[in-house]
Design a binder for this molecule. Structure first.
Ligand SMILES: [Zn+2]
Length: 174
């Protein structure tokens, strides 16, 4: 009888867990929040490239809660200055003559203010799309907490996944 009761509670807990808002939110995003790891979705369509970068804020500045002192406030401001200058974050090979525009640049915090993600979306318009070869991720050098970026690339020849890191910071388009 006792065993049966425990089993009942276990099943109930499982069902509640699956239906919770957290579980639903995680299903919506293709990648979970994982410290040290960013995600980059690149879509190439003719002369346009949209790149959608999400990363735990921890990977970029070393903390995620709202800034508590001047040094942390400055770290966020420095990051934002850089994000406002997209070529210092991501760039295409120069021959393709691509110009970036910022579509989204915001920090999304969880309800408890414990975890936060950067959502950073760019659109590149390229004058010579036939010359497009690769995209370089410039973040590894000065963001020491960023260990890797999981890349999903979608282009004319299909979809492919790769992982970029300090040692291999370019994403080839073919
Ligand atoms: Zn976190």
């Amino acid at each position: 009888m006792i065993v049966r009761k425990q089993l009942y509670f276990f099943c109930l807990a499982t069902l509640v867990g699956l239906a919770s808002p957290v579980a639903l939110a995680q299903q919506k995003h293709s990648h979970a929040h994982e410290h040290g790891k960013g995600n980059l979705e690149i879509t190439l369509d003719k002369n346009r490239i949209v790149s959608r970068f999400t990363s735990p804020l921890e990977a970029l500045v070393g903390f995620e809660r709202p800034p508590k002192n001047q040094a942390e406030t400055d770290a966020i401001a420095t990051l934002n200055q850089r994000l406002l200058n997209p070529v210092t974050v991501f760039s295409m090979n120069a021959e393709a003559e691509c110009k970036p525009a910022i579509l989204e640049n915001k920090i999304v915090r969880d309800a408890a203010n414990k975890h936060a993600d950067l959502h950073y979306q760019l659109e590149f318009t390229c004058a010579k799309p036939a010359a497009l070869k690769q995209m370089t991720i410039h973040l590894f050098k000065d963001t020491k907490h960023l260990k890797e970026v999981r890349v999903e690339f979608v282009g004319p020849s299909g979809q492919k996944s790769s992982t970029a890191s300090a040692k291999s910071s370019t994403v080839a388009f073919n």
